[in-house]
Design a protein around this ligand. Structure first.
Ligand SMILES: Cc1ncc(COP(=O)(O)O)c(C=O)c1O
Length: 487
């Protein structure tokens, strides 16, 4: 029997010290399977401790299968413990052991690019993309609603398990979409998701098979491309112009595509709005090709020179459009709430996939947001933000036009809507390189070129203006100019 010592002054309780000592001795092979160990009475006197810690430790070791007791014979190291296990489990610290070489993972997992948490994602600042004016969010009202729903949650709310989400929330979303976005829907066609990203993922699982051709906008939304590539689709980049996706080109390139992913209200990232004739052309193609259109309507609430443009979904007479919306822009991204509108005949399929993924969405913020919408706070907030963003956008356009004149080859795109615009650079300037330099000065410039799939990207920056007060914009633009020119 190897020596077992306990330290009465140590912070670790005695029963844990005895347990650890035995476990380590067994796993290191100092105690071998079938070997007899002292009775609890003997160990108590050897260690000069009371019997309770010894009995506790033995009970735990018996429960975990390190020891076994044989009636009338005593207590033994379990005879059934495998020999090999013992030689590999000797480390007592908390660090994970280092594997000896590469281990197999699913091939499809390597279709996802490794995620790196770049400072651009982390940095909250002047040109932060996807960053709303959080200081203007009515957190007092919000927290009252959170308290309302956590203090006395209704049993039906706590237990609801509809994979589409709470009915009350879907009803609130539905009436908002009908009035504000011209979407033709009923609450039973709405599915609550954890943002557009989950909606894109579920859609790809329901509608797309490996090898299917899929049209995407070029440039487009990189997080959408990741999902489609990982689904094994043949992603077909289709250049966008002032009217959005060039549908004629797409039909020539891949007429039998299974789906088209578009941002018709405010093309991401270049900002054009898809015109009526393109919309109709796209819908006609989808109907004749038996294809689907996925409309990502991520920030259509904010439009500055006209009323918001109604959704593509509202024009669809053949139920070919899957409509996706999000609260990430109008409220805040960490809320992780979005929704989709599903053609009625596909609802069961979407529900089946969603159920397998995460059963149903978390309840609390669905209830909070239902009240936030039903009590009128949501539309009030959007109205207020629209004015605020309009000022920020005007300040940004003015500063850009004075610091980066068009005659030098700088061009501003897509400033009519949303919370960002894009500025393209004259030939010879590399957005990734400038962005890295800017990051060292804590200016987070989001490069445009990674939004392209093809090998001829335009260089530029996607400049968010949601989180920057107008008075700070001229100085930030000036800093950008200095960084750009310091080559
Ligand atoms: C094109 C586009 N779609 C959707 C989203 C929102 O994604 P999510 O709802 O997953 O936060 C963004 C960014 O916020 C976006 O740029």
């Amino acid at each position: 029997m190897p020596a077992l010592a306990v330290d009465r002054k140590a912070p670790t309780p005695l029963h844990k010290q005895i347990y650890d000592g035995y476990r380590a001795a067994i796993l290191s092979g100092d105690l071998i399977p079938g070997q007899k160990v002292p009775s609890s009475r003997d160990l108590t006197s050897t260690l000069s401790v009371s019997r309770f810690p010894v009995l506790n430790a033995y009970a735990q070791l018996l429960a975990e299968g390190y020891l076994e007791s044989r009636v009338g014979a005593g207590t033994f190291v379990s005879a059934s413990l495998p020999e090999q296990l013992m030689s590999v489990m000797q480390s007592s610290d908390n660090a994970e052991p280092t594997p000896s070489g590469p281990r197999p993972v699913a091939r499809r997992s390597s279709l996802f690019p490794l995620f790196t948490y770049s400072p651009r994602l982390r940095g909250w600042g002047s040109f932060g993309v996807h960053q709303p004016a959080l200081d203007q969010f009515p957190f007092r009202i919000w927290s009252n609603l959170v308290v309302r729903h956590t203090r006395n949650p209704h049993a039906s709310a706590v237990h609801h398990v509809d994979p589409r989400g709470s009915e009350r929330f879907r009803t609130a979303i539905c009436s908002y979409l009908r009035t504000a976005r011209g979407v033709k829907c009923e609450p039973d066609q709405i599915m609550v998701v954890s943002g557009s990203q989950q909606a894109i993922d579920i859609t790809s699982r329901v509608l797309l098979d490996p090898g299917n051709a899929v049209w995407v906008e070029e440039p487009g939304y990189p997080l959408q491309h990741i999902v489609l590539n990982a689904a094994g689709c043949r992603v077909v980049p289709v250049l966008v112009d002032q009217e959005g996706m060039d549908v004629n080109f797409a039909i020539k390139r891949a007429p039998k595509a299974r789906a088209a992913f578009v941002t018709p209200s405010h093309q991401y990232p270049l900002g054009s709005t898809m015109g009526a004739s393109r919309r109709i052309q796209l819908l006609n193609w989808a109907q004749s090709a038996g294809a689907w259109i996925v409309e990502d309507d991520y920030d259509s609430e904010y439009r500055y020179e006209s009323l918001p443009v109604p959704s593509l979904h509202g024009l669809d007479m053949n139920s070919r459009v899957i409509y996706i919306g999000t609260f990430s822009k109008v409220l805040f991204p960490s809320l992780r709430l979005g929704y989709m509108v599903i053609p009625r005949d596909l609802v069961d399929r979407f529900v089946a996939v969603r159920f397998a993924m995460d059963i149903f969405p978390a309840y609390l913020y669905q209830e909070v947001l239902s009240d936030f919408i039903n009590d009128g706070h949501f539309t009030r907030h959007i109205r207020k933000m629209r004015q605020l963003y309009q000022q920020r956008r005007t300040a940004l356009i003015e500063s850009l036009s004075s610091e980066f004149p068009a005659r030098e080859g700088f061009e501003v795109h897509g400033a009519e809507a949303g919370m960002h615009l894009a500025m393209t650079l004259p030939a010879g300037l590399n957005d990734m390189e400038i962005s890295a330099r800017a990051g060292r000065e804590r200016l987070w410039l989001w490069p445009l070129s990674p939004s392209y799939q093809g090998d001829k990207p335009r260089h530029g920056f996607i400049l968010g203006f949601g989180s920057t007060p107008p008075e700070r914009i001229p100085q930030a633009v000036h800093q950008m100019r200095s960084i750009l020119m310091a080559r």
